[in-house]
Design a protein around this ligand. Structure first.
Ligand SMILES: [Zn+2]
Length: 183
């Protein structure tokens, strides 16, 4: 397994719509790609990662939807890891859930969003086997957030222009500081 570099805004691949995984792409190679994505996600650390975030423009994502916490209140990693390909939301609740979201592609940025509290998702695993699963509350937010990435949608594009502009200015400053260190 391997930890892959995660693309961050304003990388243009993050704004591209991903394409469906083709029938002939399911199998061990795709599974390995998702395993690498999971390793990358846990190393970050994060709870979800979508293909475009590592420059793979296919409709693939991994997420850890574990809700239980250990005695220290930390999430028990890896218990509910999902490899999701070609997902489709087939039902979503009218009831909304407000959650402060962050994104591995938008470091040091958090914002509250409202999304349906419950979604039922039809997807294929890495072998091409179809599943239908219902996610509620926090796991539901994770899956919806990752599915947005497949549409080229990043949370930074859902906030006001002012807030986005301020953040992008910060990103430029970080890049400059990094360059200065490299010289
Ligand atoms: Zn994200």
């Amino acid at each position: 397994m391997a930890v892959l570099p995660i693309l961050t805004v304003p990388h243009p691949l993050l704004e591209q719509k991903a394409r469906p995984v083709r029938d002939d792409e399911f199998g061990p190679e795709l599974h390995k790609r998702l395993q690498d994505m999971a390793e990358t996600m846990y190393a970050a650390p994060g709870v979800g990662l979508a293909g475009p975030q590592i420059g793979d423009l296919r409709r693939i994502l991994c997420c850890d939807v574990t809700e239980e916490r250990d005695d220290d209140g930390r999430r028990e990693k890896g218990k509910e890891l999902r490899f999701i390909c070609n997902p489709e939301i087939i039902e979503s609740s009218k009831d909304l859930f407000r959650w402060e979201e962050g994104c591995l592609s938008v470091p040091e940025f958090w914002e509250y969003f409202e999304r349906p509290r419950v979604v039922t998702v039809r997807y294929k695993d890495t072998l091409g086997i179809e599943h239908t699963e219902t996610f509620s509350d926090y796991p539901s937010i994770i899956v919806q957030h990752e599915m947005d990435h497949l549409e080229g949608e990043v949370i930074l594009n859902k906030v006001s222009r002012l807030k986005r502009g301020r953040y992008l200015k910060k990103v430029k400053k970080w890049a400059k500081a990094e360059q200065a260190q490299l010289v």
